[in-house]
Design a protein around this ligand. Structure first.
Ligand SMILES: [Zn+2]
Length: 225
């Protein structure tokens, strides 16, 4: 389907320039389409996967066992890394050949599994960031507190009654509020039983949560196709 990808060559040229053991962290070129990200920091315009020996390969520890890509949203340094746009096409191209070209070896991957892992990791990250915001008093938890807070981003659980409130619907339409998580999952993140609404009051935390939620939605949409 994507045999005429124009940027494929760029990717291989780039892979050749990388050292044998060093992944091209600084370059941040998508191994799917070969396009370099202009502003890669912060947002998940590109997502990092660490290429590591798979769990199954530890039994047969031959050096030829294929590597497996693990999503690494923190962008930390473990393993050889490869960057990919979180789109269906780039995940497919990365799974088909981009990862293998970058690793110069066999990589076992499917776009389906990459998208699943990506949506789970992004959802987990968003919840973890909410926890950080609550613990550092940069969040207001619950309807009353949220109404009084100077919210940079409000999260409304998908099963919260507040989903139907006019103000909340308006805020969601304007992007000030996002539907995310469940009362139970937001409750866990906030250290409570159940939480229907939580407002992040810190600008940079709000941006980080927004990016993680957006990535989880994008990855879920890829899986839905
Ligand atoms: Zn790409």
């Amino acid at each position: 389907m994507s045999t005429s990808h124009p940027a494929g060559r760029k990717g291989s040229r780039h892979a050749r320039n990388a050292g044998p053991d060093r992944s091209p962290e600084h370059a941040r070129t998508c191994v799917g389409c070969g396009v370099r990200a202009e502003r890669p920091k912060g947002s998940f315009e590109l997502v990092r996967f660490a290429l590591l020996p798979g769990a199954a390969s530890s039994a047969d520890s031959s050096s030829t066992a294929p590597l497996v890509p693990y999503v690494d949203l923190a962008g930390s340094s473990f393993g050889r890394g490869a960057w990919v746009h979180p789109t269906r096409r780039c995940l497919e191209d990365a799974a088909r050949r981009g990862f293998a070209r970058s690793a110069r070896g066999e990589v076992a991957a499917s776009a389906e599994r990459l998208a699943l892992e990506l949506s789970e990791a992004a959802e987990q990250r968003a919840h973890a960031l909410v926890g950080v915001a609550v613990r550092s008093r940069k969040a207001a938890v619950g309807t009353t507190a949220v109404e009084e807070a100077d919210s940079r981003l409000t999260l409304v659980a998908v099963d919260a009654a507040a989903q139907r409130e006019v103000d909340v619907v308006k805020e969601m339409a304007s992007g000030k509020a996002l539907a995310f998580g469940t009362k139970r999952s937001l409750g866990d993140a906030c250290g409570r039983d159940v939480v229907g609404v939580v407002a992040i009051t810190d600008a940079s935390l709000a941006t980080a949560v927004r990016d993680a939620v957006a990535l989880s939605l994008a990855a879920a949409a890829i899986r839905g196709l």
